[in-house]
Design a protein around this ligand. Structure first.
Ligand SMILES: NC(=O)c1ccc[n+]([C@@H]2O[C@H](COP(=O)([O-])OP(=O)(O)OC[C@H]3O[C@@H](n4cnc5c(N)ncnc54)[C@H](O)[C@@H]3O)[C@@H](O)[C@H]2O)c1
Length: 323
């Protein structure tokens, strides 16, 4: 049975969904059809923005518009301009699934207005508000971010046949840092563990876990990042085409240091005040979860982009301890 989709909010996400859905339907046995779009902008504007996208380039399909519909390669999609989802007529359009991509209806109650209008399922393009407890939401977001970026990294994987030649000294530096990544996995786990324990901030364990994570960061992780910045990246620069090649990764080093300093500031405040106070918890938790995410992505990027340049299979720790 064909899944009939309605898109509420035809902005960047709504348009990207339609582009991707039309491509996928052509490439795979996918029985799905976008039958309706609702957006407060006019059909002429929606058609124009669909046709010309500054990120994805021009749409290689013929787009036409009328007063109540746009047509893409002859396929007609009904267009409406209701601000209130409750006033939508998804049932009349036979919509099963609504992609809610206005960014405005993110609570359970407001998203459920689409169900009242006749849809069976609503998919939010942004994190739901009040749907998950903050810590679970943060963890889920972290997982999604990591999965998306790791998937994107596959496209950047270095072709073995095209590897630049490395000197034995650079190869051995890569091996050293790859091994350090494997050794540092427990530090990443400790940072994540400390963030999780803040859900019970009154337990003595919460502050002890943050103290321990901070000790591991200071004694082991930051020296590793410092050495990468000052030894590994300069050594790799000639093979990568110049020092600019590692600029983005250097910015991540700066962010890792910034978040570590912020965690240290929270601990200083806790020492001075005799413990963590409730006003600190949200920021401290987001520093720890944020740092954990940044570190995992940073490790993955270095392993994919830099460590894979070394000929020896043992250069990447992913087959050993790394998760
Ligand atoms: N752009 C991204 O990369 C990205 C990535 C992940 C999640 N998101 C999330 O997806 C949501 C949409 O993001 P976007 O970048 O597409 O935003 P956008 O501003 O480009 O699009 C929002 C669209 O909704 C329309 N709109 C506003 N109020 C409306 C209403 N009451 N009824 C119908 N249409 C209405 C606007 O006219 C606009 O076309 C946001 O919550 C955003 O956080 C965006």
């Amino acid at each position: 049975m064909t899944i009939r989709v309605g898109i509420n909010g035809f902005g960047r996400i709504g348009r990207t969904y339609l582009r991707a859905a039309m491509d996928r339907v052509e490439e795979e046995p996918l029985d799905l059809e976008v039958v309706a779009i609702n957006d407060i902008a006019s059909p002429v504007t929606l058609a124009h923005l669909l046709s010309y996208d500054s990120t994805f380039g021009p749409l290689r399909r013929r787009v036409r518009h009328g007063d109540t519909a746009i047509t893409v390669d002859g396929h007609e999609i009904a267009v409406s301009a209701e601000r209130d989802p409750a006033a939508l007529r998804w049932a009349d359009a036979g919509v099963d699934v609504v992609i809610e991509s206005t960014g405005r209806f993110r609570t359970r109650d407001s998203a459920a207005l689409h169900l009242k209008a006749g849809a069976r399922t609503v998919l939010l393009s942004a994190p739901g508000k009040d749907v998950l407890p903050p810590a679970v939401g943060a963890l889920l977001q972290e997982g999604i971010d990591a999965a998306v970026i790791l998937n994107a990294l596959r496209a950047l994987r270095v072709d073995r046949a095209l590897r630049p030649a490395l000197t034995p000294a650079v190869e051995s530096l890569i091996h050293r840092f790859a091994l350090e990544h494997a050794d540092l996995q427990d530090v990443l786990d400790a940072v994540r563990d400390a963030a999780g324990r803040l859900s019970d901030p009154h337990g003595a364990e919460a502050r002890a876990a943050v103290e321990e994570a901070h000790r591991l960061l200071t004694e082991r992780l930051l020296p590793h990042e410092y050495a990468e910045e000052h030894e590994l990246y300069p050594a790799l620069a000639p093979a990568l085409g110049g020092p600019e090649a590692t600029t983005t990764m250097s910015r991540t080093h700066t962010e890792i240091e910034r978040l570590s300093r912020r965690i240290a500031t929270h601990l200083r405040l806790a020492h001075a005040g005799g413990g963590l106070v409730p006003e600190q918890l949200d920021d401290l938790r987001s520093c720890l979860y944020g740092l954990n995410t940044v570190l995992r992505l940073h490790f993955a990027q270095e392993e994919e982009g830099y460590f894979s340049l070394a000929a020896d299979e043992g250069a990447s720790p992913s087959g050993a301890k790394n998760g």
